[in-house]
Design a protein around this ligand. Structure first.
Ligand code: SF4
Length: 492
């Protein structure tokens, strides 16, 4: 909304004037009211009705609370709107730097046969699906074309460690170039950790790698989800975890779950396995609708309500564990709560508006294709190249002005999308053009049939219900998650 329109919208009546707001009734019966910039207030229904009708509010505390949250003004609408605009600029400040997350898909090769694989992996076959060194060098040039002062370089596959020489070359090129560029660069890798060697671990230690692996829960569940010919994937991952922690430190090694239908029956066991293995964070991630996962969705997939039921139980269990003294965060809740409870932009590109694809993320595929997101690359693997921006040999301007980016710009602002524009959760949410393309064939999609929307609507409701209930212990745990209290130090 431009400043002039917002000032008109803030025309005063009674003892205050309204600023733009959205609202939603919570399970507690209270009404959540959110501002354009993501501040929120929870009102009882009669107070909300009075506020919505712009009737005078008898309670001075409520009036002051709504004013502090940029939901009304008492004196100058111009000043109120200017303050609101400043907060909105802060929340959207991720737009200033251009793409900062750069994903290098160094190989499609993998020796696993995961039923839900999201990346359309190929059986490892002598480097046939590895990134060439020429492609790697061109991708590094595109990385430095991005104006962002902070760059995260993430290596993915397939199993990226099967192409370690390519990773090493990319890191060497980046480090050499960065002597002049002086960017802040973080290296990360998503790997099964089955192919770690002393040489790889030493290389990761020198370059401060952040390591993420997949751990689906207890051994039988993990191995059923991730069959490995001739062995136990769980056993090898746990061995890899121990080696990686020893070499890089506990804080540099994390894991995330992929939840299949059989996982949903075991929320507590999955959480307990993470605690048993000493993790301080668990990411309860649902099945992705992309890549091979799409084909096996009927067999492994589930309804959003089933996921949300699972999530609610698992989150309650995690809160109980925290109350009993072992500090462990749920990463999805932490991401959403950080948007809700702080004025800062979300680092999570999947929930940015304008969309994180392309504007926040670029993906360099093993074959030289450049995609707006990992999901865009997965769509290409199943025959849909709508989100392919071009090639690593194209210059940055060409990639950023490609038809794919035009499509994302036109469909990637949640505040303008049907359904989202009226949603109380839109300040913390983002659009899902890749998911809409995958499921509906167009990037705008239909919110009522969108898994992304239903999932986030449900997750936001769960968290806002907790916030509205106001249990001090739960609020304290949420604050710790958001403000990153060092869990190990605090537990000591
Ligand atoms: S995707 Fe759904 S939950 Fe998110 S803002 Fe849009 S309508 Fe709201």
């Amino acid at each position: 909304m431009n400043e002039q329109r917002a000032i008109q919208a803030a025309s005063s009546t009674g003892n205050y004037g309204q600023l733009p707001f959205r609202f939603m009734r919570l399970d507690t019966g209270q009404v959540l009211v959110t501002s354009e910039a993501g501040d929120f207030h929870v009102l009882d229904p009669s107070t909300f009705a009075a506020f919505a009708r712009r009737e005078p509010l008898a309670d001075g505390n409520t009036l002051r609370g709504l004013e502090a949250k940029h939901l009304l003004y008492k004196t100058s609408p111009e000043t109120a709107v200017r303050l609101l605009a400043t907060k909105l600029r802060t929340r959207k400040s991720f737009l200033r730097g251009g793409p900062s997350l750069h994903i290098f898909v160094v190989t499609l090769g993998c020796d696993h046969g995961c039923h839900y694989c999201q990346v359309s992996r190929r059986l490892h076959s002598a480097g046939r699906y590895d990134m060439s060194l020429e492609t790697a060098a061109a991708a590094v040039d595109r990385l430095f074309d991005s104006p962002s002062p902070h760059l995260t370089v993430e290596f993915q596959g397939g199993e990226p460690l099967l192409a370690f020489p390519v990773i090493r070359r990319i890191v060497e090129l980046i480090q050499a170039r960065n002597v002049q560029e002086c960017r802040q660069i973080v290296f990360s890798i998503t790997s099964t950790l089955h192919h770690l060697t002393d040489e790889i671990l030493e290389f990761m230690r020198i370059h401060d790698f952040q390591v993420s692996t997949s751990l689906d829960g207890p051994a039988d569940l993990h191995d059923a989800n991730r069959p490995l010919p001739g062995g136990s994937a769980h056993e090898l991952t746990v061995q890899g975890l121990q080696r990686a922690r020893q070499a890089l430190g506990d804080e540099s090694v994390s894991a995330l779950t992929t939840l299949t239908r059989r996982s949903l029956e075991r929320p507590k066991e999955i959480v307990d396995q993470y605690v048993r293995l000493g993790f301080r964070s668990i990411f309860l991630r649902p099945l992705s609708p992309y890549g091979f996962a799409n084909k096996s969705e009927r067999r492994l997939g589930y309804a959003v309500e089933d996921y949300l039921r699972f999530y609610k139980t698992a989150l309650s269990h995690i809160l109980e564990i925290n109350r009993s003294g072992y500090l462990i965060e749920e990463a999805y809740a932490k991401i959403l709560l950080s948007s809700i409870l702080t004025p800062f932009p979300t680092p999570y590109v999947d929930l940015r508006s304008p969309v994180g694809s392309g504007f926040g993320t670029l993906v360099y595929n093993y074959d030289g294709g450049v995609y707006a997101s990992d999901e865009g690359r997965m769509l290409k693997e199943v025959g849909n190249d709508t989100l392919r921006l071009g090639s690593v040999t194209d210059d940055f301007q060409t990639l950023m002005r490609s038809p794919a980016m035009e499509l994302l710009a036109a469909s990637g602002l949640a505040e303008t999308l049907p359904g989202c524009s009226d949603c109380a959760f839109v300040p913390y949410c983002g659009p899902d053009p890749a998911g809409s393309l995958s499921r509906h064939g167009d990037p705008v999609g239909h919110r009522a049939e969108s898994e992304h929307c239903q999932r986030h609507m449900g997750l936001f409701r769960i968290l806002f219900n907790h916030l509205a209930e106001g249990d001090p212990a739960t609020l304290g745990i949420f604050e710790d998650w958001v403000h990153g209290v060092p869990s190990v130090a605090k537990a000591a």
